[in-house]
Design a protein. Structure first.
Length: 277
């Protein structure tokens, strides 16, 4: 169990790297087929590789209690470790700054008539910024998570066009509730990829957030292809997104990730987060 907890930050980092790399590759494909010069598309593809490598190489460290002072050589060793940790933190701040500059340069090289491609890059920069912040925060306001999901889904809409419809139902009263970052994204991605993706006519993804007594209830549903197997096996697929989300809910709140079939087709995922925790 301790091994799983130690790997959890790295699993989140892998998830973020995969999301951003896939988004950049998709954006490169979009830019290429909108008739823009080959340069921006090639730069985006290269940025996908760089971003993935940087996110996987930047160390993720869990907070630890400071060790008790020790005499002699051990004190010097602790000081050296503290210095190296500070240098790694400074390096981690520089790398994202470089990547944001690269995205800005790509955006500037796209002709003004390709406004949709420029908007896509701006949305991608916003998702990238949020994903990086997610590796440094334990909790974020639900409103910020929903803004991130809206940017992510708008990027997906450029790929699906009218085949993907989105609905977010979250009253203002829940926007300040704090949740672990990137908790909803794997479920939403699963709905888009496995629910709506296989359907020729597409479908819709709905995100609902509501206070139920002393808990925040979050629901992601789609009316897509559904799942042919037994629902208790849906977490055992080849992907890590749903399994990682279920594990985080269990470890953080002792809450399950519930799944059921949507009467109108597709699946419904639902979970609760205790408020004031």
């Amino acid at each position: 169990m301790l091994l799983v907890e130690k790997k959890a930050p790295f699993l989140l980092q892998m998830l973020i790297a995969g999301l951003l790399t896939a988004s950049l590759c998709m954006l490169a494909f979009t830019v290429y087929h909108t008739g823009a010069p080959d340069g921006p598309a090639a730069l985006l593809a290269m940025a996908a590789v760089i971003i993935s490598a940087v996110l996987l190489l930047v160390p993720v460290q869990s907070p630890q209690s400071p060790p008790a002072p020790q005499p002699g050589a051990e004190v010097a060793e602790l000081r050296e470790q503290a210095l190296q940790a500070e240098l790694r933190a400074l390096k981690a701040q520089i790398q994202p700054h470089f990547l944001f500059n690269a995205l800005n340069h790509v955006n500037a090289s796209i002709p003004a008539e390709q406004e949709s491609a420029r908007e896509l890059i701006a949305q991608l920069a916003d998702t990238f910024r949020y994903a990086l912040d997610a590796t440094r925060s334990d909790l974020v306001p639900l409103g910020k998570e929903l803004n991130f999901l809206q940017d992510y889904l708008q990027i997906e809409q450029h790929r699906f066009s009218s085949r993907l419809k989105i609905q977010i139902d979250a009253p203002d009263s829940v926007h300040a509730c704090r949740i672990p970052p990137m908790l909803l994204q794997p479920i939403v991605e699963n709905a888009v990829k496995h629910g709506i993706g296989p359907c020729i006519d597409g479908g819709s993804v709905t995100i609902r957030c509501a206070k139920i007594r002393n808990k925040l209830r979050l629901t992601v549903s789609d009316n897509g292809a559904g799942f042919d197997g037994a629902l208790d096996q849906i977490m055992n697929g080849s992907g890590v997104g749903l399994r990682n989300t279920a594990l985080r809910l269990e470890k953080l709140y002792n809450e399950p990730l519930n799944v059921e079939r949507n009467p109108g087709g597709g699946l419904v995922f639902m979970f609760d987060i205790p408020l004031n925790t």
